[in-house]
Design a binder for this molecule. Structure first.
Ligand code: AMP
Length: 421
C-alpha cells in the first residue's frame, strides 16, 4: 500500500511534467489572446456549495463527491468541478463591482469518485473558462471558439463540436412535460437511474449511456422545437456567429443538462479516437447559477476541458514534442579536490544565467562526459588539479570536440560570447 498511490490517481513524473507544461503554456497564451484572466480557488469548499452549484440530482453529487467532516465539524468536499467555486469567489470578492463582464480561467485538479479507466480518473485536471456577466450570444461563440482554437493550436484534428440549446425556465417546463409524456409508457423498461430521473430530471434520460435507454428515447421530442422566442433567437445568433467564424458544428438534441439554472447553450467537443471517454470539453450557459448561489441574477457561460484526455489525444496523434533537455554547460571534475573550485564556478555560471550543472556523485571522467552528451550540454568545463593550480578551466565544445584553456576569471565572458551569439 505504501508504495502505491490511491486508485484513480496518477503521478506526473518529470518527463510527463514537460508535456503538462507544454499544454499549460498553450492554455495561458490562448487565454491571454482572448482576454481571460487566471483565478485560483482552493481545492476544497463547503459541501453545500456543490449541492447548490452542481445540483443534488446529478451523478456527481449523488455518487462521486469526496466529502468529509473536518476537525472543526465542517462539511467539506474536494472540488469535483470548478464552476461553483469560481462563482463563490466572484460573489465573495464582489468581482462584479470592477467590470460588468468577468472573463476568468483556471487550471487545476478535480476529484470524483468515478470508476477509473483510460481517460477517467479520481483525481484529474481541468482547464476551464467562465465568462460571468453577459447574456450576448457572442460570448457563447467566443468561448466555444476559444476552446476549439486551443485544441487546434495543439495540433489536434478529428474534433467534433456538438451544440444544443436546453432552453430556459420559461420554455423548459413545456418541453419537460412533452418528454415525460413520451417516456411514460416506456418507464418500466428504462434503467433504474432513468426511472428515478423521470420525475426529477427527465432530460437526463436523453444522455443515459445505457443502450436500452438510448433505444427507448429514439424519436423523443426535441428541445429545439419548444424553445421560446428569446432562446430561439439566442440559438440562431450563436449558430450564425459560429458559421461566420468558420467553426464547424453538429446539432445534437441529446446534449442536455436538466437543471433549472442551466440555460440556452450547451456544447461538447469530442475527440472520437479516445473511444468511450471521447468528450474532451463540456460547457454551457448557466444564467441561473449565480442567483442560486446567493447573488443577483447574472448571466454566465463556461466550459471545462479534461487535460488528461487532451494529453492522451496528443499522444495518439504523436503531437507531443520531444522535450530533450539542454544545458549550456556541465562542470566536470577530474578529482575530489577540484570539487569545491568547480562548485564555485558552477555558482558563478548560474548567477550569470547559464543553465549549468555538475556531477555530485563522484563519477569518473568518462561517465561525466557521457552525462554531458546525454543531457545535451553545449560545453563541458573540465577542472582538474592543474587547472585549480593555474586558475583556469578546460572548455570543451561538445559539438565540435574542440577544447581550449580559459582563465577562470574570463570564463563567463567567454561563454557569453559563445553561447549567446
Ligand atoms: P464535466 O465537468 O463533467 O462537464 O467534464 C468536463 C470535462 O472534464 C470532460 O469533457 C472530460 O474531458 C473531463 N473529465 C470529466 N470527468 C473526468 C474524469 N473522471 N477523469 C478525467 N477527465 C474527466
Amino acid at each position: 500500500m505504501l508504495t502505491m498511490g490511491p486508485r484513480g490517481t496518477k503521478d506526473i513524473l518529470p518527463d510527463a511534467s514537460e508535456q503538462w507544461r507544454f499544454v499549460e503554456t498553450k492554455i495561458r497564451s490562448v487565454c491571454d489572446l482572448y482576454g481571460y484572466k487566471e483565478i485560483r480557488t482552493p481545492i476544497f469548499e463547503h459541501t453545500e456549495l456543490f449541492l447548490r452549484g452542481i445540483g443534488e440530482t446529478t451523478d456527481i453529487v449523488e455518487k462521486e463527491m469526496y466529502s468529509f467532516t473536518d476537525r472543526g465539524k465542517r462539511n467539506i468536499t474536494l472540488r469535483p468541478e470548478n464552476t461553483a467555486a469560481v462563482v463563490r469567489a466572484y460573489l465573495e470578492h464582489k468581482l462584479y463591482a470592477d467590470t460588468p463582464l468577468n472573463k476568468l480561467f483556471y487550471i487545476g485538479p478535480m476529484f470524483r469518485y468515478d470508476r477509473p479507466q483510460a481517460g477517467r480518473y479520481r483525481q484529474f485536471h481541468q482547464f476551464g473558462v467562465e465568462a460571468i456577466g453577459a447574456s450576448n450570444a457572442a460570448v457563447d461563440a467566443e468561448i466555444i471558439i476559444l476552446a476549439v482554437q486551443f485544441l487546434k493550436a495543439l495540433g489536434l484534428t478529428e474534433l467534433k463540436l456538438n451544440i444544443n440549446s436546453v432552453g430556459c425556465p420559461k420554455c423548459r417546463p413545456v418541453y419537460r412535460e412533452k418528454l415525460q409524456a413520451f417516456l411514460h409508457d416506456k418507464l418500466d423498461e428504462l434503467c433504474h437511474d432513468c426511472q428515478s430521473r423521470y420525475d426529477r430530471n427527465p432530460m437526463r434520460v436523453l444522455d443515459c449511456k445505457n443502450e436500452k435507454c438510448a433505444e427507448l428515447s429514439q424519436g423523443a421530442p426535441e428541445m429545439a422545437d419548444c424553445l421560446c422566442d428569446e432562446c430561439n433567437t439566442h440559438f440562431n445568433q450563436l449558430k450564425n456567429l459560429l458559421k461566420t467564424a468558420n467553426i464547424e458544428f453538429v446539432l445534437n438534441p441529446r446534449l442536455v443538462r436538466g437543471l433549472d439554472y442551466y440555460t440556452k447553450t450547451a456544447f461538447e467537443i469530442q475527440y472520437s479516437p479516445l473511444g468511450a471517454q471521447s468528450a474532451v470539453c463540456g460547457g454551457g450557459r448557466y444564467d441561473g447559477l449565480i442567483e442560486e448561489c446567493g447573488g443577483s441574477s447574472t448571466p454566465a457561460i463556461g466550459f471545462a476541458i479534461g487535460l488528461e484526455r487532451v494529453l492522451l489525444a496528443l499522444e495518439k496523434q504523436s503531437l507531443l514534442p520531444d522535450f530533450e533537455g539542454t544545458l549550456d554547460a556541465l562542470v566536470v571534475t577530474l578529482d575530489i579536490e577540484s570539487q569545491s573550485v568547480a562548485f564555485k564556478i558552477l555558482c558563478d555560471l548560474r548567477k550569470a544565467n547559464f543553465k549549468s550543472d555538475m556531477d555530485f556523485a563522484g563519477r569518473s571522467l568518462k561517465s561525466q562526459m557521457k552525462q554531458a552528451n546525454k543531457v545535451g550540454a553545449k560545453y563541458a568545463i573540465i577542472i582538474g588539479e592543474d587547472e585549480v593550480k593555474e586558475g583556469s578551466v578546460m572548455l570543451k565544445n561538445m559539438q565540435t570536440g574542440e577544447q581550449e584553456k580559459v582563465e577562470t576569471k574570463d570564463l563567463v565572458d567567454k561563454l557569453y560570447a559563445e553561447v549567446r551569439d
